[in-house]
Design a binder for this molecule. Structure first.
Ligand SMILES: *Cc1c(COP(=O)(O)O)cnc(C)c1O
Length: 450
């Protein structure tokens, strides 16, 4: 079978909350000033209670509202493909499967969380949502979701992307969002930065600060984040629950589960239902592998400790693997994988040994993506290409040992807005970067001592 398709009524009815299955609880987020644990009250200025409750919930399963499932129907259940043409090209005895999230209207997994996030805001009477976007994946997912629930959407888009990547901006505007080149003159943070450095190219940290300030200073406006937080990861578990059902249909179960990690949402969503099987002792040998760029090696080289979520130090402190909040990423093409930290849940499960991580250079990642598009047809996002590369490597290891393992990877999105990156690859302009150990050491000295 080339693709395993579920019926619409098999869209999961609940999200899976792995907090219920942790052997020891997650370290709590801390107030950035007092370093004391923060409570739900502290988040009320920028998030709706519906999401704050999910953030701290210890319930194993959380019902998905029918209105959200109704929207999920547009692209869910997403197909699970057998990459048999790639297997043949590799001459591997392994079976390779991929879960394809490129079928959503914005083209990635991100609307799996954007839709419920906007839904809970709408339910609580919020009229507008402010957010940041770098390359535009999260911004376009939120713009899509707000258009569905008739809520206004304001997007602070990092200035260099705004200028260099106009197409995602057009997509967001098509769904009715207002998109500004950040830093703007609409916020105190933005005005201050523009005064100091009128030629700044902006950064994700600056745009986050602008969106948070906007939400905190307007009664009717909330903020939304596209990854990292527990409730975002929770929403993404529709991916992994569907994969499990799809494997049941073909009477198989993976030996290796793979996905790329930027803030950790698509891979946590795909992997956590499988991690549960490992935690409860049913699948002790299952390997669950995160893939990241060597230019941003958070899980493979970062330290596990409390750090800020943004570069300015305004957000709560989160316990996670981090390269330090002052980390400035090299200009790699996988824009969505350039974050200094990762989801605290994914980090804890890595620390506790249930998950592992590998890192690659971007040139080898594009090589893998090219082989994938020549065999399987799909042109994947540079972020997703990291998972493709790891799947190929594991399949080649199986070939060496003549093992018929089953490999599945989360294929997080298409690369139709990333063709300039593919162009650079074709023109041999792709450079490899390592993030130097000395810079990590230096950045660690700026972290609070907790
Ligand atoms: C944003 C994005 C990522 C990285 O974010 P995660 O939260 O780690 O999933 C990966 N792939 C695509 C296609 C993205 O848009």
């Amino acid at each position: 079978m080339k693709k395993i398709i579920l019926d619409e009524n098999e869209i999961p009815k609940e999200w899976y909350n792995i907090q219920a299955d942790l052997k020891t609880p997650l370290d709590p987020p801390l107030n950035p000033k007092t370093q004391k644990p923060i409570g739900p009250e502290d988040l009320k200025a920028i998030f709706p209670m519906g999401l704050i409750k999910q953030e701290v919930s210890q319930e194993r399963y959380i019902p998905i509202p029918e209105e959200v499932r109704e929207i999920y129907r547009i692209w869910r259940p997403s197909p699970l493909y057998r990459a048999d043409r790639l297997e043949k090209a590799l001459k591997t005895p392994a079976k390779i499967y991929f879960k394809w999230e490129g079928v959503s209207p914005p083209g990635s997994h991100k609307p799996n969380s954007a839709v419920p996030q906007v839904y809970y805001n709408m339910k609580e009477g919020i009229e507008k949502i402010a957010t940041e976007t770098g390359a535009g994946q999260w911004g376009s997912a939120l713009a899509f979701a707000t258009s569905i629930f008739n809520i206004k959407c304001r997007i602070y888009m990092v200035r260099c992307s705004y200028e260099q990547k106009p197409y995602r901006r057009v997509l967001m505007e098509n769904w009715g969002a207002e998109v500004f080149s950040s830093p703007t003159n609409l916020t105190n943070v933005g005005r201050e930065i523009n005064r100091k450095d009128p030629n700044t190219s902006g950064s994700l940290g600056i745009s986050i600060s602008e969106a948070v300030e906007d939400a905190a200073t307007h009664e009717n406006t909330n903020y939304a984040l596209g990854s990292v937080l527990n409730h975002v990861v929770l929403h993404q578990t529709v991916i992994g629950q569907e994969i499990k059902k799809q494997f049941e249909l073909i009477d198989d179960y993976p030996d290796i589960v793979i996905g790329c990690v930027g803030g950790g949402s698509n891979f946590s969503g795909a992997a956590f239902p499988f991690v549960r099987d490992k935690i409860i002792g049913e699948k002790p040998d299952l390997r669950i592998v995160s893939v990241e760029p060597l230019a941003c090696p958070t899980l493979t080289k970062g330290e596990y400790r409390y750090d800020f979520g943004d570069s300015v130090g305004l957000t709560p402190l989160l316990k996670m693997y981090t390269l330090g909040h002052s980390f400035v990423p090299a200009a790699i093409h996988a824009g969505g994988l350039r974050y200094h930290g990762d989801s605290p849940l994914l980090c804890k499960l890595t620390k506790d040994g249930y998950m592992e991580a590998v890192a690659y250079y971007q040139k080898e990642v594009f090589e893998a993506a090219e082989l994938f598009s020549k065999t399987e047809g799909f042109v994947v996002a540079p972020e997703a290409a990291h998972a493709v590369k790891a799947a190929i490597d594991f399949a080649l290891m199986c070939k060496k040992k003549n093992e018929k393992k089953t490999i599945v990877f989360a294929n997080s999105g298409h690369g139709h807005f990333d063709l300039s990156a593919y162009d650079a690859y074709h023109n041999k302009e792709i450079k490899d970067y390592d993030h130097p150990d000395e810079l990590i050491k230096k950045a660690m000295m700026e972290l609070p001592n907790i």
